[in-house]
Design a protein around this ligand. Structure first.
Ligand code: HSE
Length: 433
């Protein structure tokens, strides 16, 4: 309940979770209290904070710790509920409980928003309260509001994102320092970027959740994490990185969302991008989102995608925004009405390919390989070959081709006697359309 104790109204924030992000929220709320009060015309104060173990030592001071999260959502003094616990349950039930009580919610929960977001938005709209989730995608980077609000008068065609800091850190270290995948992952975990389960990062699940959220906003449709085609980075080798560099490319784990002829394609996979593409310069654990829109042209949003204070910054931005709505008494609507998504079958994706083959170094082999591509109407853009004795490595980059045609080509290449191994296959982005 908004209180008017002194000259300024006061709003109380209840916090669900006080781990890495939650403790950042507590710190920023205290450190920036005066600035926020000046901007908002109201004070934001921290109310109850729900944690699993209230007696544990923590590096932020919290006056009112509780172990029962229901005490946060049911507290009549709590005006805004912030959920930074992560995971589906109990986060979902608590958010539902808060919304049902008419309390706006700010969440950083990509897993929840990318799977059950539709249910939560409908409930929030029905209650006339806001639910915000800027921190769920790309940490500190403002990208939810730009897609939902700043670009509301435009038409987004494509979104390309580096949405996982751990894998970007790993690929940067492998590219620049030649370290192994395992060594780079260990470093990323020590630096605190990684999810508890490494598969969430390295197999692309984390980026897929974020990609679904961005696609929903970009194309006004309910895209869920399960709609996203996903491949991780665990099979990328130093050889791939070296070949990519020689051909003028950098390897990144990309999230790609596009709408073609009314169908939405969303995919997360490693891709070669031209070294001069703006995303190629995104190094270390940084994230970036590259947006192509009819009117705006190309936009890039860049920053820290994880970590205590960067993520807390996005959470607090949302808190201030919902506080403004509360103070103005507006009946909130959570943006656009989302239609059900028409998802493009992955086999219909049209994209360039990098194919690395180990072949016998004999007359006619290059011709046989080239004619296999030709049989499936896949056009070759560039070829590089190097002999290694009886064998040769043959690297081809195709023009844009249908996924299903490339898969059929690969099937036939594997059957050629001269082809000893299809050593690597990766998509190439940021070049041909
Ligand atoms: N593990 C994630 C990353 C953290 O590496 O980007 C934020 O979702």
């Amino acid at each position: 309940m908004v209180r008017h104790d002194d000259e300024q109204p006061t709003l109380t924030v209840g916090l669900l979770g006080c781990g890495t992000v939650g403790s950042g929220v507590v710190r920023l709320l205290a450190d920036h209290a005066e600035d926020i009060a000046a901007r908002l015309g109201a004070r934001l104060v921290l109310g109850p904070v729900a944690v699993r173990n209230p007696s544990r030592d923590r590096d932020v001071e919290v006056a009112h710790l509780v172990s029962d999260p229901d005490l946060v959502i049911s507290d009549p003094d709590v005006d805004i509920v912030v959920e930074v616990m992560g995971g589906i349950e109990p986060a979902r039930s608590l958010i539902v409980g808060a919304l049902e009580r008419g309390k706006p919610v700010v969440t950083a929960n990509k897993e929840l928003v990318s799977t059950l977001g539709g249910e939560l938005f409908d409930l929030a709209d029905g209650k006339g309260v806001r639910i915000e989730y800027e921190a769920a995608v790309a940490g500190a980077i403002p990208i939810i509001k730009p897609l939902r609000e700043s670009l509301a008068g435009d038409r987004v065609r494509k979104v390309l994102g580096i949405l996982n800091g751990t894998t970007n850190y790993i690929l940067t270290k492998m590219t620049e320092e030649g370290v192994s995948f395992a060594e780079a992952l260990g470093d990323a975990q020590r630096l605190g970027y990684a999810e508890r389960d490494p598969a969430a990062d390295v197999e692309g699940f984390d980026a897929a959740s974020k990609a679904a959220i961005l696609a929903s906003l970009a194309f006004d449709a309910r895209v869920v994490a399960g709609d996203v085609y996903r491949e991780g980075v665990t099979r990328i080798t130093a050889t791939d990185i070296g070949h990519a560099r020689r051909m003028g490319y950098v390897i990144k784990l990309l999230a790609i969302a596009e709408e073609v002829d009314g169908a939405i394609g969303v995919r997360v996979h490693p891709a070669l991008i031209p070294a001069e593409h703006p995303l190629a310069s995104v190094r270390e654990s940084f994230n970036a989102v590259f947006v192509e829109a009819d009117g705006a042209g190309e936009l890039m949003f860049y920053g820290r995608g994880a970590g205590c204070l960067p993520t807390a910054s996005a959470v607090l931005g949302d808190v201030v925004s919902v506080a403004r709505a509360l103070l103005s008494g507006e009946r909130a609507s959570n943006g656009r009405a989302h239609r059900p998504a028409t998802i493009r079958p992955f086999e219909d994706t049209t994209v360039q390919y990098y194919v690395l083959l180990d072949v016998a170094d004999q007359p006619g082999v290059l011709a046989a390989v080239a004619s296999t591509f030709g049989d499936h109407a896949v056009s070759i853009r560039s070829v590089w070959q190097e002999g290694t004795g009886d064998l040769a490595q043959l690297l081809l980059i195709t023009h844009a081709a249908r996924e299903r045609a490339v898969q059929a080509t690969l099937h036939d290449l594997r059957a050629l006697p001269a082809v000893r191994d299809v050593a690597s296959v990766m998509r190439v982005e940021g070049g041909e359309v």
